[in-house]
Structures are given as C-alpha cells and as structure tokens.
Design a protein around this ligand. Sequence first.
Ligand code: HPA
Length: 276
Amino acid sequence: MADWNNPLDDPAADPFAIAAEAAADLHRLTGVEKHDIAVTLGSGWGKAAELIGETVATIPATEVTGFSRPALEGHVGTLRSIRTPGGKHVLVIGARTHYYEGHGVRRVVHSVRTAAAAGAATMVLTNGAGGIRETWRAGQPVLISDHINLTADSPLEGATFVDLTDLYSRRLRDVARSIDPSLDEGVYCQFRGPHYETPAEVQMAKTIGGHIVGMSTALEAIAAREAGMEILGFSLITNLAAGIQKTPLSHAEVIEAGREAEPVISSLLARVIGAL
Ligand code: HPA
C-alpha cells in the first residue's frame, strides 16, 4: 500500500467518500450536525468570519481528512463553524487549495465537496482578482455573473454531464444587491497561474467576454453545481488586470488592496450571508 500524503492523492480513492469522511470529522470536531451555508474566503475577505455570527468552533484544516496546509500567506488554514443571529450554521473555509499548487483538481474542490457532504445547500465563493473593466477600482467588490474556465481541466470525472446554466445564481445575486444595490457584476476567467496574465492574455480574456481575471473559483463552482448547491460568487478587485493598469502587478499590491478593503467588504459579505 502506497503511503499517500493526502488520501486524495491516491487515484483509486473515491473523492466523495473522502469528503464524507471530512464531513464526519467536522461533525465530531464542531458538534454541529449540519451546516446550511459554506463560504470560502479569498484574499481580502478574511475578516468576514468575525462578523457573520458567533463562532462555535475553529479547527485547523489539517485535522480534517483530505485538507492540506495552505500554500500562501494571507490564507488562513482553518475551518470555522459559525451560528448566525438567524440560527443558520455557516461553515467558513479559510483553507483554499489553489489549482496552481499542482496537487490536482480533486484537492482543489475537496472543501466544496466536504461542505456539500456537511449539508450545505449554498456555496459562497470569494476571491481577490484583477479587473478588466476600466471603470472598476482596486478595493471594489463585484459579483460573479458567469465564468470562463481557462484551466482546460474539470473536477468532474468520467461522463458526468452537468448543466452550468445560471451557475452563479441570479437569485443570490439579487439577494446581494438587496444589501448593496451598487454592486456591479462580471464574467470571471480562471487562469492556471501562479504567474499573472500577460497583457495579451488579458486582451484575449476581454475579447472572449471576460471582465475579471483570477486563479480560483471556476473549478470550485463546477464541483458545487455537481453537488447540487446554489452558488454566489464575489471578487474583490485588488488591481486592474495586466496592461489595463499601466504599472506592473505585484503580490504585495494585491495583499495591500485586500487589507485596505477588508473591513468594508467583510461587513458586506456578512450582511449578505445574513440575508441568504
Ligand atoms: N490576475 C490573476 N489573479 C489575480 C490578479 C490578477 O490580476 N489579482 C489578484 N489575483
């Protein structure tokens, strides 16, 4: 028997069985039998956890089957169970595995499958991303209306034909706009990363109908839809995309924009979750 670092790395393993095990770990460690909503916090969104409600339990992700240590500073490696004032149980995922880490798409979508196995019917995916629309500014949150998956990969295995119409639920976007009517929306293009796009790639994304460029979310949304969840997507525009902004991109700039916007967008996200 091979000594897999992570059970998901065994190609013979069933990723849904591992997600079910992870959900059982969550139940045991949080005492919460069923979660209603799951939220993945990307760069800039981390403070939302404190504002959503009362924390029931915080768990290092490494104690839950199939999760791995986060690769990036600014991404907290915890899973948190929160009870909203309305009595809903929210699973806050601060341990995103990015596709660019190269561990395969099963690991990328494990948190989403775990949330579904834990009972969540709603998946809120947030990220920090580059903006293509010139009217957008760093620090602005936007809704994701649809995506273009440029990874040439999928979390679906075998002949699993899943409809992706209205993948980012119009109903949930309307709920978000009932909290902040000024929210704009756009089409998210997931690139592999971890390099930022070239200006030519950004122009390509624009030409094919994209408005936001990033390195996450699309693969997770597909897995969430496969699991039957309703999806809400939020991007924090941390910078204008390469070539749209005239200065070079840097990770430090992305983190700084996230830090500055964090109080405002975290409170927005907490209010939206309260209204779901
Ligand atoms: N491109 C891709 N990912 C990103 C960007 C970007 O411009 N900004 C933050 N994440």
